[in-house]
Design a protein around this ligand. Structure first.
Ligand code: AMP
Ligand code: MG
Length: 345
């Protein structure tokens, strides 16, 4: 299969081009497209044959559910039942945007879309290309991140091509994604909302708008039998080819530790990459300053992993950050990507 790239203006998506992509979705094909979080690999969420193609193209295990993307808040009623009252406030404050809610599904949502679960994850994205694609397709679009299973999520069309060239028919190129890590996922099927995945919306923002939110024990590093709530939580994720080492501690000490480690690894003949919040004299093969804000860190994290892979880096040393704001989402991705965590002292 040849993979075509369709360049679309992210500020004013050309209707003709969007209609062309929407036609492919309607015909049961899969299309990669940008959202404000990362690039998604989309299919008609209500067509099980089309959705199966996503799992095949990604090499994704079939028990790992997809997020269903909608155009309008009113589309939720077709997909979910027993929607709690709190959903009104959630959609008013956070939609369109990087927040996904898990609710009990209706019959029209096929099991393959939800990884066999009787719940469905739904999000209304804000990215204009994503929105017009869903509108023109006239159907909700199921889409996981458009990377090959286990790889870092794509934040640019080139990243999608690295993993999916020849595996899918079309990539819409709408430039770099704004947020750079995936959406926040909350489960609304019990009395108190449960955070399943930290992401583009921070837990502090959620708590401010909707009150109490429980953090799933797995996110606090605890083993839990409730892991089945979000099967995706159990899989290894976001990993570059390089080994990732996360260095924690006070930033001055972390800097010194990374400098020492980089020297040691180089002596062992390793190609070393450093990801850090501020500049210093790191004697490494590649250095990426991702600060000063956590928002900038999130926006460049996955792209940096991919860039370092292209540079044949063997070990990536990453400065850990506090789990505040979007920092919680960043650290969640880093902890999943890292093989080792060390403390600087
Ligand atoms: P991705 O689209 O690759 O960002 O992954 C979507 C993630 O959303 C999954 O890995 C799950 O963790 C979560 N998710 C999707 N659907 C559900 C669901 N029905 N229940 C719980 N979590 C879900
Ligand atoms: Mg993913």
């Amino acid at each position: 299969m040849r993979t075509r790239i369709l360049k679309v203006n992210p500020r004013r998506p050309e209707l003709q081009k969007i209609r062309e992509a929407a036609k492919m979705i309607k015909r049961g094909s899969i299309v990669a497209f940008p959202t404000e979080t990362v690039y998604g690999l989309g299919a008609n969420a209500l067509d099980s044959k089309a959705v199966r193609k996503i799992f095949v193209a990604k090499g994704r295990p079939s028990d790992n559910p997809l997020i269903v993307h909608i155009y309008d808040k009113s589309d939720l009623a077709r997909l979910a039942v027993d929607v709690p009252k709190i959903m009104d406030r959630i959609s008013e404050k956070f939609w369109p945007g990087p927040l996904t809610v898990v609710l009990r599904k209706t019959k029209i949502v096929p099991k393959i879309t939800t990884g066999g679960l009787d719940t469905v994850a739904v999000r209304m994205p804000s990215n204009l290309i994503a929105r017009s694609l869903i509108r023109e397709a006239g159907t909700p679009i199921a889409a996981p991140s458009a990377n090959y299973f286990g790889r870092p999520s794509p934040t640019a069309a080139e990243h999608v091509l690295e993993d999916m060239n020849g595996r899918i028919g079309l990539v819409i190129d709408g430039g770099r994604t704004r947020i750079g890590i995936e959406s926040t996922v909350i489960d609304l099927t019990s009395n108190i909302p449960i955070l399943l995945r930290p992401g583009g919306v921070s837990i502090e923002q959620l708590q401010k708008e909707i009150g109490r939110v429980v953090i799933h024990p797995l996110l606090r590093g605890k083993k839990s039998r409730a892991a089945h709530r979000s099967p995706g939580m159990k899989y290894k994720h976001y990993t570059p080819n390089a080994q990732v080492i996360l260095v924690e501690g006070q930033s001055g000490k972390v800097r010194k530790k990374i400098i020492r480690l980089a020297g040691k690894l180089k002596k062992q003949g390793k190609r070393v990459g450093v990801v850090c919040m501020s500049k210093a004299r790191y004697n490494a093969h590649a250095v990426r300053v991702v600060g000063p804000s956590y928002e900038k860190f999130a926006a460049s994290l996955f792209g940096t992993f991919r860039e370092f892979d292209l540079k044949k880096i063997d070990v990536i040393l990453v400065q850990a950050i506090p789990k505040k704001g979007i920092g919680f989402g960043i650290m969640n991705r880093l902890e999943k990507a890292a093989s080792t965590k060390i403390k600087a002292d």
